[in-house]
Design a protein around this ligand. Structure first.
Ligand code: AMP
Length: 432
């Protein structure tokens, strides 16, 4: 029986594949990551890569023991003789902060802006836009509590999606205050939910002890029903003076820069280390429950991981979700470019010569060649299918004369070029 890819994973396919949609197109993935890189590196972010597997404890401490990610969705990595204490990373932030602490990145000028792209793993039930191996682009800033950093991070996230051509995106902005504000809120939630404990899902009963804010994030319909009935006050009502002032500054900067946002008091992102600014990016085409991405300030995380205190803020978006949103909006990708030159020999004995010319042309342009001799009509058809701009046919005459005729498939124009001038000619032509 044929072997299929594991559930919840996708192959990223080359252009022209029969089952191509944007979210499985390798070209679309590359376009998205390149766009994000351009936007983020112009803002001074530097690339970082961390391992795909990490100590399980990093994720338990870094993502939080009360989250679904840690409780149900971790892929454990086993190998011969190992203690089984590794997991495939479910998100990027914990690994980046670990790398920052472990490698002394504090020495670099602060605030340090980092970005990462790569696969993440969560053992979730597969649905549209919900995979077990998906990809994120992450942006993290370490070493500053300044509200200007928060506002810039949000603006950059919006800039990436706008540069991709998306229009129907909304930023939902909230604040989860400082630890003492959150503790007051958690106490309020404990008092509110305890009398109706029995009506909550098992998970939420557990959350009631560990981290009541996460009840508000519950995916269970029953829980959402209870939440609606109780008319729960939002976290925003519990912000202390400093957190409120910080939140006000973030909003002011965003308004000054014309970055649109809606205040959403329901944003909780209740991980233990989250602090102050928290937000999500939503898109109409992907559905209300499915965020394109989210972010938040996590000033407590480095200490949670056993390091020195380093404030931080970051966001991540799901590459596949963004591609679904682009598909929903009908955003077109730049057409894949064919080779500048397609080279075919008319006789078998000249195939290696045609190949050597094409290979030398690669120092300046994309050049391909036919692996067997072809009649002119087949060579032109093949060149067109591949999207080539110039075609050259090599016969004994061309070899003897040391020159080749290049036909431009777009204009129909023909040019005789000395073989020794081919590379220079292509270098010039490739700029058009
Ligand atoms: P989170 O780290 O949970 O805040 O997720 C950030 C973003 O990653 C989400 O908004 C989604 O776009 C994406 N994402 C999270 N989980 C998945 C998944 N299982 N499949 C696809 N994308 C995901």
């Amino acid at each position: 029986m044929a072997i299929n890819r594991p559930k919840g994973t996708e192959d990223h396919l080359p252009a022209g594949s029969p089952k191509l949609t944007l979210d499985v197109s390798a070209q679309a993935h590359a376009h998205l990551v390149n766009t994000a890189r351009t936007v983020l590196e112009r803002a001074g972010a530097q690339r970082i890569d961390t391992p795909l597997f990490e100590e399980a404890d990093l994720v338990k401490r870094g993502v939080g023991g009360s989250t679904d990610i840690v409780r149900k969705e971790m892929f454990t990595v086993y190998y011969f003789g190992d203690h089984g204490g590794y997991i495939l990373r479910p998100e990027g932030t914990a690994g980046i902060v670990r790398a920052y602490l472990q490698n002394g990145l504090k020495q670099l000028p602060a605030p340090l802006k980092l970005w990462l792209h790569g696969p993440m793993f969560r053992a979730e039930r597969q649905q549209r836009g919900r995979l077990r191996q998906f990809h994120q682009v992450d942006y993290e800033v370490l070493g500053s509590t300044d509200a200007l950093v928060d506002a810039e991070a949000i603006a950059l996230m919006v800039e990436v999606v706008k540069t991709l051509g998306l229009k129907q995106v909304r930023v939902k902005l909230g604040s989860i205050g400082d630890p003492q504000d959150r503790e007051a809120y958690n106490q309020y939630l404990r008092d509110l939910f305890s009398p109706v404990r029995e009506r909550l899902s098992g998970d939420s009963q557990d959350r009631l002890e560990r981290n009541p804010m996460r009840i508000l994030d519950s995916k269970s319909e029953g829980d959402q029903h209870v939440i609606a009935e109780l008319s729960v006050k939002p976290m925003l009502a519990f912000l202390g003076e400093e957190a409120r002032a910080h939140f006000g500054q973030v909003q002011k900067y965003l308004s000054d820069w014309d970055v649109e946002f809606d205040i959403d008091p329901s944003i909780v992102r209740g991980l233990d280390y989250y602090r102050r600014t928290a937000w999500e990016l939503h898109h109409e085409g992907v559905g209300a429950k499915s965020a394109l991405g989210g972010g938040g300030r996590y000033d407590g995380l480095a200490e949670q991981l056993g390091g020195a205190a380093v404030p931080g803020i970051g966001w991540a978006f799901g590459v596949e979700r963004l591609l679904l949103a682009m598909e929903a909006e009908g955003v077109e990708l730049p057409a894949p470019e064919g080779p500048l030159l397609y080279m075919a020999a008319l006789d078998e004995e000249n195939v290696p010569y045609a190949a050597s010319l094409a290979m030398s042309a690669r120092s300046v342009a994309r050049a391909e060649f036919a692996y067997r001799a072809m009649k002119p009509a087949s060579a032109f058809r093949d060149a067109e299918r591949r999207g080539a701009r110039l075609v050259a046919l090599i016969g004994s005459n061309e070899v003897a004369q040391g020159g080749i005729t290049l036909k431009n498939l777009v204009s129909g124009e023909q040019t005789l070029v000395e073989t020794s001038d081919l590379v220079a000619f292509l270098a010039e032509h490739g700029k058009e």
